[in-house]
Design a protein around this ligand. Structure first.
Ligand SMILES: Cc1ncc(COP(=O)(O)O)c(C=O)c1O
Length: 378
């Protein structure tokens, strides 16, 4: 492939030695679970986000379940969640005893809005999982202020983004991150975190990640064994100081796409007013996505569709998803195409991708007489 869909290794090249040194220090130090590296990472990440507490957990899925439970969500409650997201955003809800209720998204931002949430809200709605999808901040503050619900910000894909001068992960009642290796802030395995300003929620989350106990003597809740481990925390501490530069690299790549004329060929993703995305994936829309992906592949440009079967149509979600009418979700699931995106995608590569999209579009319009069904945006 000339231009890969993402590039997780080039940004790490200059950090390789430092990472190996930090890992060796953990191995020599002999503390592997909930030791000084996790404590320091929790402090540093909280400072970065501008929140009082960060709690390291085993992955982003556990982070969501624990955050929901820490905020008091439980049996009998409904939790509104978008269907156009990675499956885990919804999968994390039933283990709390609550039921997921699927809502639609804005097709231009691919995110939930106050309106799409209000459309499915009932008297049993206790919380919302607002996903900052593809690194694009959802209107979390507005949803929080205008609904009065618990808002869990699923920032798994959005480390390094901001909205109205505040970082993603600080916008909800409580927020969650995944440090899965392809994420904007990543470790070398599974890892996750919960962030919140509220002392009581932080205390609950800390207890839940450790078997529901504060002291390993008394077990107050049926909790989880879900901790970020020392080796992963050590890696994350090396990476965190570079997150802003990487996020800026992602924004620069998006600008390069726009400047090269991508918006004349496909519908571009939009950021809400005041939002500064950290594009985890750069997902456009095209009426013939599979043809475009195949033509790009031939041209050496890697692209792929995400979440073709939205979560409410997944077999495991049948009891909650059945009958949901989510037209924007269905349309996005059908038409989306993720184009190459990384902190190091150069403007030359962006031009190469746009040229390949232009040639593919010309090929497609030569083979079909019908006009495109999606008007390019912006
Ligand atoms: C939006 C979203 N939420 C939750 C998760 C779950 O994170 P993890 O894979 O670390 O469990 C992911 C990641 O894969 C994700 O993209």
């Amino acid at each position: 492939m000339t231009v890969p869909l993402y590039d997780t290794s080039t940004p790490l090249e200059p950090l390789r030695e430092q990472i190996i040194e930090r890992l060796a220090a953990v191995v020599s130090g002999g503390r592997y679970i909930l030791g000084p590296e996790v404590q320091a990472f929790e402090r540093e990440f909280a400072e970065y986000l501008g929140v009082r507490h960060v709690i390291g957990v085993a992955n982003g899925t556990d982070a969501l379940t624990i955050a929901l439970r820490a905020a008091g969500v439980g049996p009998g409650d409904e939790v509104v969640v978008p269907s156009f997201t990675f499956y885990a955003s919804a999968e994390a809800i039933p283990p709390t005893g609550a039921s997921p209720v699927f809502c639609d998204v804005d097709p231009d931002t691919a995110n939930v809005t106050l309106e799409t949430i209000t459309a499915v809200r009932t008297s049993s709605t206790r919380a919302v999982v607002a996903v900052d999808l593809f690194g694009n901040p959802a209107p979390v503050q507005q949803i929080r202020e205008e609904t009065g619900l618990v808002v869990v910000e699923d920032a798994a894909q959005a480390a390094g983004a901001a909205a109205n001068g505040r970082r993603t992960g600080s916008l909800g009642t409580i927020a969650t991150f995944s440090f899965f290796p392809s994420k904007n802030l990543a470790c070398f395995g599974d890892g996750g975190a919960i962030a919140t300003d509220e002392d009581r929620l932080a205390e609950n989350a800390r207890m839940l990640r450790f078997h529901g106990s504060k002291n390993k003597v008394t077990f107050e809740e049926v909790g989880y064994n879900s901790r970020l481990d020392e080796l992963q925390a050590a890696v994350l501490r090396v990476m965190l100081p570079h997150l802003d530069a990487w996020a800026e690299g992602r924004r620069a790549a998006a600008r390069a796409y726009e400047q090269a004329g991508l918006g004349e060929l496909v519908a571009l993703p939009l950021a809400a007013p005041g939002a500064e995305p950290a594009w985890h994936l750069y997902v456009v829309r095209h009426p013939e996505p599979d043809g475009l992906i195949a033509d790009l592949d031939t041209a050496g440009v890697q692209a792929r569709g995400y979440y073709r079967t939205p979560v409410h149509r997944q077999p495991a979600m049948a009891q909650w998803g059945h009958g949901a009418e989510l037209p924007a979700t269905d349309e996005l699931a059908r038409t989306n195409v993720a184009l190459p995106m990384s902190p190091v995608l150069s403007s030359g590569q962006a031009r190469e991708v746009v040229d390949a999209v232009r040639r593919a579009s010309a090929l497609q319009s030569a083979s079909t007489a019908s006009p495109p069904g999606l008007a390019p945006q912006r």
